[in-house]
Design a protein around this ligand. Structure first.
Ligand code: GAR
Length: 201
């Protein structure tokens, strides 16, 4: 059973979709052999309510409580490692994780991104795609490295931008695709069809 720790900053809807998919798959002939063992956040404003409801341990490691990014990253790493994950997922975790965090966890450290990387990296990918007048964008799941959304890509999908799209409508459509990428990737890692070491080699 693949043990996951998932980190969020906001509403956590992609994580919720993953939790629902993991639960639903258990009643199918082909269950996903993965379990979320803890949910972490960088802010008390993140939506951890459903962790409580589901009885999943949750933790907050807030950079405001640390005097440097490196010491925050070390504390976050310790909180993650307490749960001994096989895979850590940044799912709408809106901070760059420091090099020691990456070195300790990658390649079993994934991020989802609401654009077709390398197009539109960074924290405002959906807004940036609209501002650029793009006719298409996408969703990507990748291994985290020390750059901003530069890690090895595991999978990605194109999403067309409609003429009347605004940030929310487009982001909601991207998230539907992101959720499928995340669920399929977790399934692939759990059943061995995706090998993260090979992707980084
Ligand atoms: C997702 O679209 C995720 O890709 C994005 O934040 C959203 C989180 O939504 N992450 C980034 O933009 C990271 N650069 P959620 O909290 O509802 O799951």
């Amino acid at each position: 059973m693949l043990k996951l720790v998932v980190l969020i900053s906001g509403s956590g809807t992609n994580l919720q979709a993953l939790l629902e998919a993991l639960e639903a798959s258990q009643a199918t002939p082909n269950p996903i052999a993965a379990r979320v063992v803890a949910i972490g956040a960088d802010s008390p404003r993140a939506n951890l309510a459903f962790a409580d409801e589901l009885g999943i341990p949750a933790f907050i490691v807030n950079p405001a409580d640390y005097d440097s990014r490196a010491s925050w990253g070390d504390a976050l790493l310790e909180a993650v490692q307490q749960h001994q994950p096989d895979l850590t997922v940044l799912s709408g975790f809106m901070r760059l994780v420091p090099p020691r965090f990456v070195a300790a966890l990658a390649p079993a450290l994934l991020n989802t991104h609401p654009a077709y990387l390398p197009e539109f990296p960074g924290a405002h990918a959906v807004r940036d795609a609209l501002a650029a007048g793009a006719t298409q964008t996408g969703a990507t799941i990748m291994i985290v490295d020390n750059g901003v959304d530069t890690g090895p890509i595991i999978d990605q999908v194109r999403i067309l931008i409609e003429p009347d799209d605004h940030e929310t409508t487009l982001h909601n459509r991207i998230k539907v695709a992101e959720r499928k990428l995340l669920i399929d990737t977790v399934r692939g890692i759990a059943d061995g069809t995706i090998n993260l070491e090979e992707i980084t080699a």
